[in-house]
Write a protein that binds this ligand. Structure first.
Ligand code: ZN
Length: 291
């Protein structure tokens, strides 16, 4: 099923109808299916639920788009899980600020207070690990040996915000921003995070056509060959598309598909931990609303 409507040089708002997606069958035995996830934000219950689901789905490889900490009450626990996964991870803005003493003047009060709290609750060694995370990772040919790709054959890259301005943490929230990023994008696939909204932006360099799915609905989305794709798996621990369920994606290189999966978890427990930790209550309240 073709999911992209195409029109010359124009972004097209694709309908958010979940019926457009294939049934969620997946290929449970395929060894090369890869989970892409990020913005877990110290939400241990959501992370556990996502990893349990990925296991059921037969996923054995992971890619993390950053923001392991910030907002939530379990930064060390989440960080340790990510370290044990031993997967490609990029630095998120909350990771960076939690691991340094940089000024927080660009954050709103709730995010700022959560980062100050996180600074106090991470060990020096954990902060050092976070500071060592790269801004981008060339994840290579995901169909084969993405862990040690020769750069010349790299066709996928991982970044938290945008390849264009990774250090300034800009947000790709609008089609115009995605269009600029996609025109400059060299790899076929770029996975990013930061916006907390699952999205799939695509560009055909030969025909100069664009397509977008924002937000990308739960289910399987076919990636057109020959197009470049800019893919956000949504947020595990702080979804912001009015769906409170944890969000992540599974990439199937053989089928050329991205599956957006939404996973329920114990939000009440996460909220209770945030409250007990003395973190801003707004960080807990918004979990139930997914915004
Ligand atoms: Zn984030």
């Amino acid at each position: 099923m073709k999911l992209f409507k195409k029109r010359k040089s124009k972004y097209i708002e694709l309908s958010s109808n979940p019926q457009n997606s294939e049934p969620r069958t997946g290929n449970l035995d395929h060894p090369d299916r890869i989970a892409i996830f990020g913005d877990l934000h110290a939400n241990l219950e959501a992370l556990d639920a996502v990893l349990a689901d990925a296991k059921v789905q037969g996923v054995s490889r992971f890619i993390c788009t950053g923001d392991v900490v910030g907002y939530g009450a379990n930064p060390s626990e989440c960080l340790n899980i990510i370290r044990k996964l031993d997967c490609p991870v990029v630095l998120g803005n909350h990771d960076s600020y939690a691991a340094t003493d940089d000024s927080l003047k660009e954050f709103n009060l709730n995010a700022m207070n959560a980062i100050l709290w996180t600074r106090e609750h991470l060990s020096a060694e954990e902060k050092e690990w976070l500071r060592g995370l790269p801004m981008t990772v060339a994840t290579g040919n995901l169909g084969n040996s993405f862990r040690h790709p020769p750069p010349a054959t790299c066709h996928s890259t991982l970044v938290h915000s945008s390849l264009l301005k990774s250090e300034s943490w800009c947000y790709i929230m609008k089609p115009e921003k995605a269009e600029v990023a996609l025109r400059a994008q060299e790899p076929e696939l770029v996975f990013f995070g930061h916006t907390h909204v699952p999205s799939i932006y695509s560009y055909n360099p030969k025909t100069d056509e664009f397509a977008e799915k924002f937000p990308a609905q739960e289910g399987i989305h076919q990636l057109e060959p020959g197009w470049k794709h800019l893919i956000n798996p949504g947020s595990v621990g702080q979804p912001r598309d009015r769906d409170p369920r944890a969000s992540y994606a599974i990439y199937d290189p053989d089928a050329g598909t991205i599956e957006i999966r939404r996973i329920e978890y114990d939000i009440v427990s996460t909220q209770a931990k945030i409250e007990a930790a003395g973190l801003p209550l707004r960080n807990a309240e918004r979990l139930a609303k997914g915004r």
